[in-house]
Ligand binder design. Structure first.
Ligand code: ZN
Ligand code: ZN
Length: 267
């Protein structure tokens, strides 16, 4: 079992140190986990939700110490890196500077939308939902095309209850999946939606099915913001994968991908 999306106290809105998450993962019998705290951004952009630039070394040190404490589990160094139009150069430099195993791509902000406001806070009475969803997915495609990232995180984060993205924006989803394939990326199945009002994973399971059918590999992440959320509701993912034996699970080391058959992965 793998959990490839974990936050720590360093991002300011999560609890627990790296070693607390590692201890919990060991207790649960996980074989591999990846820390993916939010990337620091220039000019204090959204600084409430991320480590400061000077804290990156602390983050890397905490991970190194947890590796020494818990040799029985593989602990990977990842980062959840925003795609924000205009920040490409910063992101390129930052990612090249540190030895990451995995870089998640998140679209938390869309260019032209109120600055610093997370995508799910949108309020655009003048726009149709289809248009709002489309702007989000177009931004995502731009991010994918930069070639800076390994895995698309919480792909349908923009969705609101009762309005699945596939219903209104099937053509945009097709474009996203085509871009992901071309870029050689994977897509995350993120279970954190199951404790929010949307009450389903990101992506919704019918979109997850499309992803698997398009032969795009997946990673699995809880997006844990406290140690007890490690592996949160992975039973839902296990059940989905058991029903889709052609799914491929992606593992990463130093940003190199290895694909595993679901049958062999312990799910
Ligand atoms: Zn995120
Ligand atoms: Zn996250």
């Amino acid at each position: 079992m793998f959990d490839y999306h974990l936050h720590t106290h360093l991002c300011g809105h999560a609890q627990g140190k790296v070693s607390d998450y590692a201890a919990q993962a060991v207790r649960l019998g996980y074989r591999e986990i990846c820390f993916t705290d939010h990337i620091p951004l220039p000019n204090d952009y959204d600084s409430f939700h991320r480590m400061a630039m000077g804290e990156i070394d602390l983050y890397l040190d905490e991970i190194e110490r947890a590796r020494e404490m818990y040799p029985e589990i593989n602990i990977l160094t990842g980062i959840e890196a925003d795609y924000i139009e205009g920040f490409e150069e910063f992101t390129t430099d930052f990612l090249a500077r540190y030895p990451f195993d995995l870089v998640l791509m998140s679209v938390h902000f869309v260019s032209g939308w109120p600055e610093g406001d997370w995508v799910f806070n949108y309020h655009f009475p003048e726009k149709s939902l289809k248009q709002i969803y489309r702007e989000y997915f177009l931004s995502m495609i731009q991010g994918i095309k930069t070639g800076l990232y390994d895995v698309v995180a919480h792909i349908d984060l923009i969705k609101i209850p009762g309005n699945p993205v596939l219903e209104t924006n099937r053509d945009d989803i097709d474009s996203v999946l085509t871009a992901v394939k071309k870029a050689g990326m994977a897509i995350e199945i993120n279970t954190s939606g199951l404790h929010k009002s949307i009450a389903e994973p990101y992506p919704a399971l019918d979109l997850a099915r499309m992803i698997v059918q398009a032969q795009i590999p997946v990673t699995i992440g809880s997006d844990a913001h406290s140690p007890e959320q490690v592996g949160f509701r992975f039973d839902v993912v296990s059940e989905f994968l058991a029903a889709h034996p052609s799914a491929q699970l992606a593992r990463y080391r130093r940003r190199k991908r290895e694909l595993m058959d679901i049958n062999l992965s312990g799910f």
